[in-house]
Design a protein around this ligand. Structure first.
Ligand SMILES: [Zn+2]
Length: 280
């Protein structure tokens, strides 16, 4: 364990880069971030323990590994579960650069001819391209005004896991020995559950619903509203939230196949083991 009087302390890892958060500290719950006066967070390279933690598949699945590594490499972040979704990729890219340098190799298979090749990404460019969705934009429906907020890493992770479970259920239905009618019933049940889940996730993106004389910020009441509102209102709110969340995604990698010259895009997802695997 760390001891404060260890004379080797001065030789411990040092910050490798400094990161200005896309959110600039906005949307973080009190106590979850200690932002320095110049707004630049020191980012430390991973330790051997961090690297092992990140590569453990079980821990990765529930998000705990990502949390431990972030809190180890970015001590200014006191509770990484509370990171607003717009900052997650920036923090992970910064840790990647601090630990392995700014180049990352990505393996890709051509969508036309299946030719496999490795491509090198400059992570600094990726960092510069990260966009900040405008959560200040409100939607109005007659007297109702809806305002939005980013979800935290915790909420994002929870809904990701549930979605994964649902997809699994959906994909097993066609292979079961059930009759067609029973399959339809199962399929409808699964789709219903997915819609329920989506409503829950959308409600987490709403900070308040305002009408003359009322301001509702209670999460349960907001979710209940979404369950009972006109479907056209719900669909517009859902699309708006999906657009906001899409803006927090990294730009996909634009690839031209070396074999057949076909051009295609490959999404970059950092929240997985392969992010660090390719670096060793
Ligand atoms: Zn090709």
């Amino acid at each position: 364990m760390t001891t404060s009087h260890n004379p080797l302390r001065q030789f411990f890892r040092q910050p490798a880069i400094y990161l200005r958060l896309p959110s600039n500290g906005k949307h973080w719950p009190a106590g979850s971030l200690e932002i320095p006066a110049n707004s630049e967070l020191p980012i430390y390279p991973m330790t051997a323990i961090d690297e092992i933690t990140y590569r453990t598949p079980d821990a990765l699945f529930n998000g705990q590994a990502v949390i431990s590594v972030i809190q180890s490499c970015v001590p200014a972040i006191k509770n990484a579960w509370h990171i607003p979704n717009m900052d997650i990729n920036a923090v992970l890219v910064a840790i990647r650069i601090a630990s392995y340098g700014h180049e990352m190799e990505v393996a890709s298979t051509c969508t036309a001819c299946s030719h496999q090749s490795d491509y090198v990404i400059d992570m600094r460019v990726l960092l510069d391209q990260i966009r900040v969705p405008d959560y200040g934009q409100e939607m109005s429906f007659g007297d109702l005004e809806i305002s939005f907020k980013p979800v935290t890493y915790e909420q994002q992770n929870k809904s990701g896991m549930l979605q994964f479970e649902q997809q699994k259920i959906l994909s097993t239905i066609p292979d079961t020995d059930l009759s067609d009618e029973e399959k339809m019933i199962k399929l409808n049940q699964a789709l219903r559950q997915i819609t329920e889940l989506t409503i829950n996730v959308i409600s987490k993106n709403i900070s308040a619903i305002i009408a003359p004389g009322i301001v509702v910020t209670d999460a349960d009441q907001i979710e209940e509203f979404l369950r009972n509102c006109d479907r056209s209102v719900y669909n517009q709110v859902r699309d708006h939230v999906i657009n906001l969340n899409q803006e927090t995604q990294l730009n996909p990698l634009k690839i031209q196949c070396a074999e057949c010259e076909h051009q295609y895009e490959q999404p970059i997802n950092l929240d997985m083991a392969s992010f660090f695997d390719s670096a060793s």
